[in-house]
Design a protein. Structure first.
Length: 233
């Protein structure tokens, strides 16, 4: 597989603010260089497609290169697709003065593989307080079930619904899980049963995770607060 990260700077949205400060010749040279690099990438992708070999093209989602003729020509091929994803889901992290954190950066991906496109199209899931559900299935158990490894923490759970795995009959619905008694949580069955347990919980989110790095006045304000909080009076 061929994976190419095209040089984004000349096509970037932020770079547009610098264009007024550049002379016409310098600007044309930079744009022509970026276009030439993109055309080389496109030629490589066409070879990959002809040989039935996969490629992955990565570029920030809002840059101008997605509107270039060579890119549009590739996307006209029914075997090629474009998807979006957030780089924080692919492990992208940034280091600010206060702490390291995951960085949300919407990115575009172009590929001739359905599977690679699906794996690339991952979006930020850091939404504190969002209601989610987690399910477990157990066979031949004698009592109601609790969470296990891979599930949410006990204190995150707000509701638990237990159903018969065969008939889908609701055996118990603890709508206020945190206030339930121990006997309700561990209620026993008269005989062994196959059950499905749904746990509804609130997403905690990441303490230090932020979508973009703090800059300018915001970061100075945070440094000031940190300094004040650490001062001993």
């Amino acid at each position: 597989m061929c994976w190419v990260v095209h040089h984004a700077a000349p096509h970037s949205v932020l770079q547009n603010f610098n264009y007024d400060r550049m002379d016409a010749e310098q600007l044309a040279e930079k744009l022509e260089e970026a276009k030439g690099h993109l055309e080389v990438c496109a030629d490589i992708y066409k070879l990959q497609i002809a040989r039935n070999i996969f490629f992955l093209h990565e570029h920030p989602d809002l840059v101008g290169s997605w509107k270039e003729e060579v890119t549009d020509e590739l996307l006209q091929d029914r075997r090629v697709r474009r998807v979006q994803g957030d780089m924080c889901r692919h492990g992208m992290r940034g280091q600010g003065e206060l702490a390291e954190a995951a960085v949300k950066k919407r990115t575009g991906f172009m590929t001739n593989s359905k599977q690679i496109g699906k794996a690339s199209s991952l979006f930020c899931e850091n939404r504190p307080g969002e209601l989610k559900a987690w399910k477990r299935i157990d066979f031949g158990v004698q009592h109601m079930q609790s969470v296990k490894k891979g599930g949410p923490e006990w204190k995150q759970i707000v509701r638990r619904v237990t159903m018969d795995a065969q008939t889908r009959e609701v055996l118990q619905d603890l709508k206020d899980f945190q206030s339930a008694t121990r006997s309700d949580i561990w209620q026993r069955f008269e005989e062994r049963r196959d059950v499905i347990t749904l746990f509804y919980y609130r997403e905690r989110g990441s303490k230090w995770r932020r979508h973009v790095q703090l800059v300018g006045g915001k970061e100075r304000k945070q440094r000031f607060i940190q300094k004040v909080c650490s001062t001993t009076f």
